[in-house]
Design a protein around this ligand. Sequence first.
Ligand code: SF4
Length: 406
Amino acid sequence: MTICLRVPSNMSPPEASSPLDELAPTPARRRIARRLLRWYRDNRRDLPWRKASDPYAVWVSEVMLQQTQVSTVEPYFRRWMDRFPTVGALATANEDEVLHAWQGLGYYSRARSLLRGAQMVVQEHGGKLPVAAHQLRSLPGIGPYTAGAIASIAFDQDEPIVDGNVIRVLTRLFALPGDPQRATLKKQLWQLATLLIPRGQAADFNQSLMELGALVCTPNKPLCSECPVREDCRAVRQDRVSSYPQLRKRPKPTQVLVAAALTRRAGRVLVVQLPADAKRWASMWQFPNAEVEPATKWPRAKTDSSPWEPNQQLAGAAEQALFDAVGLHGEAGTKLAELRHSVTRFRIHLSLFEVRPEVGKAVARQCQAVRWCRAAELADLAMPAAHRRLAHCLEPTVLAASPRRA
Ligand code: SF4
């Protein structure tokens, strides 16, 4: 099989004796491409977004897969495509519906970008995603990686992709030192990913690189003995596989204590909607809550089964959260639930207190809207995963309905 190599028009072709050619000479590139494609044909996972190359489905799946594991994404993707089967269907949805369908996946700005992107596709591109990567990049939330993925997988364009899996495979395969987030290595990786594409086969080739990173060239204990490109792998030759990629150290997780208020009236519970410009969970519904600073006490480790008594500071914070959100004074009582939750580098310990309100009307203050909800209604609101879990923890007589997962 003859494999030609091509560079997209927006990049200069590497010169014959370029450092890239020395790093990955033509015979090696051809061999790597051939072996990866063959391996991919035999080993690719049967994933729902691979059933057809519908550009909209590829777009949705690629956005969902950012920062999220395949096994988590699969059910979300299926439900999303049932609910918003076309870009036109998504464009006419409202933000509440979209956030509800996304709840639990996290990084909600991705869902908002998809919605705005769908509206732009309908208004500016006649309902069809543009083919060219540079046009795709003009849509909200679509960066170089997503544009390359859609252009190559859905439109057979010879566009490269570089994600975490590709970074791992390429830095090991070519023994590339340095921090992949730094400009120099980042540029080199994109050039290599471009150079390696066998002409006209970017869809399968790009996916083969990602699939190899997901199944074989894994972060820990890669299965080098089963790797189709082992023969060309410089990290293996150097016996330094674990030295690549040279990722910068992650900052230590920050521990955060949060107190939330459960306030009831006539069989309903009070929830508030965050402002549309909130930094996190914008426009989503929550129990009124506040961060407790400084954290007076970080509770027991998971292995410690001793009870952690609610302290005055958390209870006071729950009362204050209710007042700040809706202007109601209240008195904190029993702690109803507590849970741990991780968001990016934050490790949140969330405690929910019963807060009995004084007589008065709840008025939106530091929130967008206020609702007194019956249990069944609560299930229909878009809530961040932690608050959805809190709702699950409550006694069935108060919140009888099982919240519907998006
Ligand atoms: Fe990764 Fe090992 Fe394959 Fe090299 S041989 S690309 S380190 S799995």
